[in-house]
Design a protein around this ligand. Structure first.
Ligand code: C2E
Ligand code: CA
Ligand code: CA
Ligand code: CA
Length: 277
């Protein structure tokens, strides 16, 4: 290496190195955690907007790290995507979440919904659709209870491939939703051509309610209903946001106001309490 060049980047190289080191460490630890089956799935309840009863859950990956406590998905999901671990991680979350939801549905006698995040990367793997089918058969969760959350970036890639993929899942009976709706740059015309069931209004809009953000939020609600799609508002934190959404005809809500993401054991307790009352 040209040692003479080192000084030219002083103050820059160390920072790059730290970020790179951190990434390498996360990748190494994540592989180990997955081998040891140390990842967890947390569940955030989704509520019917009017009746305020639980209709289902969104599954969210959690990584309890020995030294660092819980590592946020925003730190390890992108790493998993870059190093090729996301396929395995995503299937693991899906299997765990389908098994848990099947058990809760059986215990409560209710067809609880389950929403699982799917990274655009996962959809490049041809086997994905078959793997979803296999997991549904293995866990006994009816396909109609499963919803896969896709991002706008997925729809912007290879349109033909995306369409084929979505149709195959739809034929299986699985529902599809667009996550973080309104934050991407894709054309609205895809609502016309893609087989979608639901839009999720991004937290960044909901957070501004009721004083602000209502133009965007009500536009998304009427857009969704115009296309015969249901709509979920996420990141509801204030009672004033909930009542605005109720007035605006939003279908479902999810947020810290109602419930935070929680481990499976807490979900069981919550459902039992709800059934008992
Ligand atoms: P997301 O899919 O948009 O998930 C919603 C995020 O908002 C979650 O963060 C949730 O904990 C948080 N949240 C929910 N309600 C509120 C609220 O009222 N206020 C605030 N401030 N936040 C709220 P989390 O669990 O940290 O996940 C972050 C992102 O990581 C997710 O965003 C999703 O994109 C990704 N992710 C999580 N699990 C998975 C997974 O299994 N697979 C994939 N591909 N991505 C995942
Ligand atoms: Ca999501
Ligand atoms: Ca989201
Ligand atoms: Ca998000």
């Amino acid at each position: 290496a040209k040692l003479s060049g080192k000084n030219r980047f002083s103050g820059f190289v160390p920072e790059m190195t730290l970020a790179a080191q951190r990434r390498v460490r996360i990748e190494r630890d994540l592989r180990k955690a997955m081998e040891r089956n140390e990842l967890e799935v947390f569940y955030q309840p989704q509520f019917d907007c009017r009746s305020e009863t639980i209709v289902g859950f969104e599954a969210l990956a959690r990584w309890p790290h020995a030294e660092q406590g819980y590592i946020a998905p925003s730190d390890f999901i992108p790493v998993a995507e870059e190093c090729g671990l996301i396929g395995e991680l995503g299937l693991w979350v899906l299997r765990r979440a389908c098994a848990d939801t099947a058990a809760w549905s059986k215990a409560t006698g209710k067809a609880l919904g389950l929403a699982v995040n799917v990274s655009a990367r996962q959809l490049r793997e041809r086997a994905f659709v078959d793997q979803v089918g296999q997991i549904l058969r293995d866990t006994g969760l009816p396909a109609a209870q499963l919803e896969l959350e896709l991002t706008e970036s997925f729809l912007m890639g290879d349109v033909e491939a995306a369409l084929a993929f979505m149709r195959a899942l739809r034929e299986m009976g699985v529902k599809l939703s667009i996550d973080d709706f309104g934050t991407g740059y894709s054309s609205l015309s895809y609502l016309q051509s893609f087989p979608i069931d639901r839009l999720k209004i991004d937290r960044s809009f909901v957070q501004l309610l009721p004083e602000d953000g209502f133009t965007m939020t009500s536009a998304i609600i009427s857009l969704a209903h115009g296309f015969d799609l249901s709509v979920v508002a996420e990141g509801v934190e204030a009672p004033s946001q909930l009542s605005w959404l109720q007035g605006a005809g939003c279908d479902y809500v999810q947020g810290y106001l109602m419930a935070r993401p929680m481990p499976a054991s807490a979900v069981r307790d919550l459902l039992l309490a709800q059934t008992a009352s």
